[in-house]
Design a protein around this ligand. Structure first.
Ligand code: BEZ
Ligand code: FE
Length: 290
């Protein structure tokens, strides 16, 4: 490429960067100038053709059109499958060494799900019966009383209620509260692995890259208590075949649990009258003060 052409290209980037010089908000200015800098470097790096540019515009347009404002959020899915969600998560939890590790929120959370009592069943579709029990504590090991735990998972068909019209509202979702000693118990089914939606542009991107769409089996948690940082995380099934290749890069070793076979009752299952046999997973969540 001639020096002349290099100069023209550099001139374009300089002009765009300096067009943000008088941006009043310093953070917005930093974000926009960095975005332009890296975007221009990327375009130069791959020497984007006009056809590829148009293809990119079409892809992003399609991504927007695939969102339904309810449970389908294709932009979050794109961020997740490009590892951006987990990178943002990592950057924002750098100092949380003692707290439970966090992972992607995902696009399938629904607000306002039923309040459920200690140990109440939230599964109204078939599956392997499971008791998920444990405690929520603060960074000093003190029980967190009355922490609100929003919990959600897919049915055995791999779909969330809200995504699948066949499932009753609130199936495999609920808001539990820790008791006076910080304990919680959830009656549910063992989570299964499932593919993220592939019928949109993100699915086309995965296919073109020869990537699979599977997420390892997990149970979602969002735990809230005033004065503490909201904890968004999952518990993954330790024996899942996709732990090493999660389509959204969300797996952390500290978040893996074993669903053990129980042929006899423990203190909680006998209290709740759970039918034998069942599977049991236990976990202690640690929240950090704000
Ligand atoms: C989920 O676990 O619900 C999820 C996370 C990221 C993308 C798609 C689904
Ligand atoms: Fe999920």
């Amino acid at each position: 490429m001639s020096d002349h052409n290099t100069q023209i290209e550099a001139q374009i980037s300089r002009q765009v960067l300096s067009s943000f010089d008088s941006t009043p908000d310093a953070r917005f200015k930093q974000i926009m100038q960095s975005l332009v800098y890296h975007l221009h470097r990327f375009v130069r790096d791959v020497e984007l053709t006009e056809r590829e540019w148009l293809e990119g515009i079409r892809f992003l347009t399609d991504t927007g059109h695939t969102c339904d404002g309810l449970v389908r959020q294709e932009f979050i899915l794109l961020s997740d499958t490009l590892g951006v969600s987990m990178l943002v998560d990592a950057i924002n939890h750098r100092h949380s060494v003692d707290a439970t590790q966090t992972t992607v929120f995902g696009p399938f959370y629904i607000e306002g799900m039923p309040e459920r009592a200690y140990g109440e069943n939230m599964a109204f579709t078939p599956g392997e019966r499971a008791l998920v029990r444990g405690r929520v504590v603060d960074g000093h090991g003190n029980p967190m009383v009355g922490a609100v735990m929003d919990v959600w998972q897919t049915a055995e068909n791999g779909m969330y209620s809200g995504q699948d019209p066949e499932q009753p509202i609130g199936n495999l979702r609920g808001r539990y509260r820790t008791d006076s000693k910080g304990y919680f118990a959830i009656c549910t089914i063992v989570p299964v692995c499932y593919p993220i939606p592939t019928d949109g542009p993100v699915g086309r991107m995965l296919k073109a890259a020869n990537r699979h769409p599977w997420r390892p089996a997990h149970l979602h948690f969002m735990i809230e208590k005033p004065g503490y940082r909201t904890l968004v995380t999952h518990l993954f099934n330790r024996d899942d075949p996709y732990l090493e290749s999660d389509a959204v890069f969300g797996v952390k070793q500290s978040l893996q649990v074993i669903y053990e076979d129980r042929m006899t009752h423990d203190d909680v299952s006998s209290l709740l009258g759970i039918t034998l046999p069942f599977k049991r997973a236990s976990y202690e969540f640690v929240m950090e003060a704000e």
